[in-house]
Design a protein around this ligand. Sequence first.
Ligand code: PEP
Ligand code: MN
Length: 375
Amino acid sequence: MIIELERGRQATLDQIRDLAARFGNRVEISEGTGVYDTVTIIGDSREFASRENYILGLPGVRAAWQATGGYKNIARVVRGPEGKALHRDRRVVEVKGLDGKARRFGGGKHIFVCGPDSPQTLDQTLATARMARAVGEKFGIVDRIMLRGGAFKPRTRPTDWRGLGMKGIAIMDAAREDTGLPYVTEVMDHNLVEQIGAHADMLQIGTRNAQNFDLLEAVGRFGKPAILKRGFGNEAEEWFYSAEYIANQGCLDIVLCERGMKTLYTKGGYCRNQPDLNACTHARKQTILPIIFDPSHVAGDHKIVAENLMAACGHLVDGSITETVHTEQFRREQLCDAGQALVMDTYSVLVEAVLEFEAHVLPRMQRILRELGSD
Ligand code: PEP
Ligand code: MN
């Protein structure tokens, strides 16, 4: 629900907040033009909206209307009756590290998430994490570096290695402790959200669980920032509705991640998944959420990770999540996704290329896009 409220009406705002809290909703306030602000009720606002008469009677309320259709909580433009429309700013999702720095997805600078597919040993994970920190220090972008590592692994074959579970989480904790960098890790089971979420800085919902609605809701209720990968067979709209499942629980700290689709054309073995870069642009225009790209699962082969990441930069993604390995030798010991991991030294060069793109090409590109009316 959207409420137009005279600026400076603190008492009314407090009453709206109280009512929202009673129904498990949060409020988002954006400065409107003129003397009115807009108060957006975040989450499933149906019960809140049933109190419309009460809300309309509060001092300073000019209008209150229900958004119609669609993924209301995450839409860039929220539409209502009689041609009403609220244009919302894109959202910044912050993930704080022990180093006190916030990684700001959607803050205008590419965020680099990197690390192993999975923590296998403390040594391997620490080595990768320290190298990630060193990359950040080398380019003066530590506040844009973050770790990844899945301790609970979804595997196609039941007999394949499925990660170290909570032991792997303890290794990720140690890597964070050592480097100060925050980490994201996958959660597959709604019953484990609280247990894993108590440790992780950010939760990942993998492609295979992109429409596991119980899991989406549990992550939304938990409230920590989340990366939502697109289901490998999902239409863009289905992906946005999955995000809406999280947002409907009151959590807007969602980062969308494009990681490629299974198509007719991926059968030849030249890439693992087909990237849908236009979906990144579509997501930027249709939703308020930051959008990142996973070049590793798209590629399936470390030799074509770089091209994919640079292509995604051309589509103005807000960041990337890349699987890395500390040494080429370790690749032979890696138990999941070994072929697609980029050696950290190479990753460092790729980071530099992205930074150069950002400094020299992006400003010109943005000028062109503005001219084309495509921001
Ligand atoms: C992963 O990040 O290791 C992973 C399993 O990703 P996806 O869900 O995109 O396959
Ligand atoms: Mn992987």
